[in-house]
Ligand binder design. Structure first.
Ligand code: ADP
Ligand code: MG
Length: 447
């Protein structure tokens, strides 16, 4: 009988979905019955049923069918009894404490202020988010955060939510994506519960809507959003919005909404710069090193990644995760060669258009030597060092192989190039002057 086994099955599901999702989505399910191969659960709201069905339907069915192979389908039924049950309001992850079945989207454990690295491109956004997270009277309403994908919008918004949930337990905080907003709105229309919907949204203290560009072109959702927005602003409730671009640049968004969105504080998250990327990599490495304490990482590798993967943070994190997984599989330390092997495809796609020729020219200029001496046979230090610096930069900034680089330096052998690259790599961490030269040259070449 499933009814007897449901408790045990739930525990198995918990192992897959994790305790937070479990509490939010699985625990509220009440097993009802199995009729003609359909296992039915009682749920407190249509929204919950739909969400669970979409996200965990297959998993639940799989577990149930293992216990009772006759079950082929699962279904959810909204029932008065489960609806009138008090919701578990104590769980800290569940920011919404109200009698209304208003669920915040689950928050990601990792997206907190203490894991957010602040740098020039995001310091304003971070400061504004911090201010909102204090939970005082709304000083700028709304806070509108925008920026390209993977630059930390969702991270900052959820960090606000976490902070408020923990520090202001009495507050109703609602974080959701614009897509979820629309989804709930459409549900409410279909279930003829639009008054409930309006009332629920007007009862929150802080409303956070992520990726608002999603509602562009969706007229009735925009309309409803506009009314919700105004009602909350009128009550001086804090609103936080994120989008991929500035309010004025969101196509197919009504003008009155655009201007409403602009009347608070509009802050953009700029594309990452080298220092921020390096900072993020360093904190992520600490995290990875906890899981792989035996994996050594060679100096210079993070700098290399921060130079070469000059894109959003998500891609950068992905690269590092892949690198650690690869190194632990092959049981080797993370060296620059291993990095280039492991991330070859990714590095190619971010390849700068810096050529070996340009590097040679810039480096020769910088050290005041002639280009012909750069590639010529002279071996005194005043020529050899710039030559090695140029080789090092070729290795870092292009994806040319050692033999290819050797050929462009007057037909030198690849072992000579390797030696030069190593030498400069070592000097870089010991000799501040070389480190400065390298940084200057890199900027000049990339600029
Ligand atoms: P967005 O919502 O802007 O597309 P996310 O907030 O989802 O981007 O960020 C993508 C990933 O990058 C997440 O894993 C996030 O934790 C991480 N991330 C972004 N910016 C930072 C930062 N400044 N410090 C640490 N991690 C960051
Ligand atoms: Mg996001």
């Amino acid at each position: 009988m499933i009814s007897e086994q449901w408790g045990e099955l739930k525990q198995r599901i918990c192992q897959t979905v994790g305790p937070n999702n479990f509490r939010n989505w699985i625990e509220p399910l009440e097993f009802a019955d199995v009729v003609d191969g359909v296992a039915t659960f009682a749920v407190p709201t249509t929204f919950l049923g739909n969400y669970v069905s979409q996200h965990y339907g297959e998993l639940i069915l799989y577990q149930i069918a293992r216990a009772d192979p006759r079950v082929r389908k699962i279904d959810f039924r909204v029932t008065a009894s489960s609806r009138s049950r008090p919701r578990q309001a104590s769980a800290a992850h569940d920011p919404v404490r109200s009698d209304n079945p208003l669920h915040s989207a689950p928050l990601d454990e990792r997206f907190r202020f203490d894991s957010f690295v602040v740098g020039k491109p995001n310091h304003l956004g971070h400061a504004a988010a911090r201010r909102v997270a204090e939970g005082g009277a709304a000083t700028f309403n709304p806070l509108f955060l925008y920026g390209g994908v993977g630059l930390g919008k969702t991270h900052l918004m959820q960090a606000i939510a976490w902070e408020l949930v923990e520090k202001r337990p009495g507050m109703n905080i609602l974080y959701l994506s614009a897509e979820q907003f629309m989804y709930r709105f459409v549900q409410a229309l279909r279930d003829r519960k639009i008054m409930d919907f309006k009332q629920m949204f007007r009862s929150v203290d802080v409303l956070m809507v992520d990726d608002v560009q999603f509602i562009a072109g969706k007229d009735s959702t925009q309309e409803e959003f506009f009314h919700t927005f105004n009602a909350l602003v009128d009550q001086n409730k804090q609103i936080v919005i994120s989008a991929e671009c500035a309010p004025g640049d969101i196509a197919r968004l009504e003008d009155r909404i655009k201007s409403r969105l602009q009347c608070g504080l509009v802050v953009d998250l700029h594309p990452t710069d080298y220092e921020l990327r390096l900072g993020i990599l360093q904190t992520r490495v600490e995290h990875h090193s906890l899981q792989h304490p035996d994996l050594a990482i060679e100096p210079g590798v993070l700098e290399f990644l921060a130079h070469r993967i000059n894109t959003n943070v998500r891609v950068l994190e992905g690269a590092l995760t892949r690198l650690f997984a690869f190194a632990s599989l092959v049981g080797k330390p993370i060296t620059q060669d291993l990095t280039q092997d492991c991330l070859a495809d990714m590095l190619r796609s971010f390849e700068r258009k810096v050529s070996i020729e340009e590097i040679k020219r810039k480096v020769a200029d910088h050290y005041n030597i002639r280009l012909s001496d750069m590639v010529g046979p002279k071996r005194t230090r005043c020529y050899a060092r710039p030559r090695q610096v140029a080789m090092y930069l070729c290795k870092q900034l292009t994806s040319r192989s050692l033999p290819e680089i050797g050929r462009s330096f007057g037909g030198r052998d690849h072992t000579t190039v390797m030696h030069g690259v190593r030498r400069i790599g070592e000097l870089r961490s010991k000799d501040a002057e070389i480190a400065d030269d390298l940084e200057l040259l890199r900027r000049a070449l990339e600029g």
